[in-house]
Write a protein that binds this ligand. Structure first.
Ligand SMILES: [Ca+2]
Length: 144
């Protein structure tokens, strides 16, 4: 079965949005394009972006603009992690794995940039119907 023209048009739109997002310098515009690339309307409010920004700043303890294992140490305890307890994984390995969840479309180097973080949440946002739910989820997850 061949794919419909609609599907191809959508692929094209997603690709275009992704390319434009990579070039966009304004964070609001970048986030709008990233949402569009995820197949959502892209009319996501600036409120969401503010929450994403607040969460990122909270994570970036060293304030150097990237979130790394160093930022997470002393913030997230891995002591209750079963793989840490069994000696299967070190603290660094567990935290690096955690960071990789934010780098799914980016560079998987254990350094989460704001762009990668924003892209991750554009994806999360596309699976949450109501802005209020996104708001609540972010506040709970990051204690904002
Ligand atoms: Ca940092």
């Amino acid at each position: 079965m061949s794919r419909s023209t609609d599907d191809r048009n959508e692929d094209n739109m997603i690709l275009k949005a992704r390319l434009a997002a990579a070039k966009a310098t304004d964070p609001v515009e970048k986030f709008r394009l990233l949402c569009l690339a995820r197949g959502t309307s892209g009319i996501s409010g600036i409120g969401k972006l503010k929450l994403i920004d607040a969460a990122f700043k909270k994570l970036d303890k060293t304030g150097d603009g990237v979130v790394t294992v160093d930022d997470l140490k002393n913030v997230y305890s891995v002591r209750s992690n079963p793989k840490f307890q069994s000696g299967e994984q070190t603290e660094g390995e567990i935290l690096t794995k955690f960071l990789k969840t934010f780098e799914e479309n980016g560079t998987r180097d254990g350094k989460v940039t704001f762009d990668e973080f924003m892209d991750y949440y554009a994806g999360v946002s596309s699976s949450i119907d109501h802005d209020a739910h996104f708001d609540l989820m972010m506040r709970n997850a990051w204690k904002l």
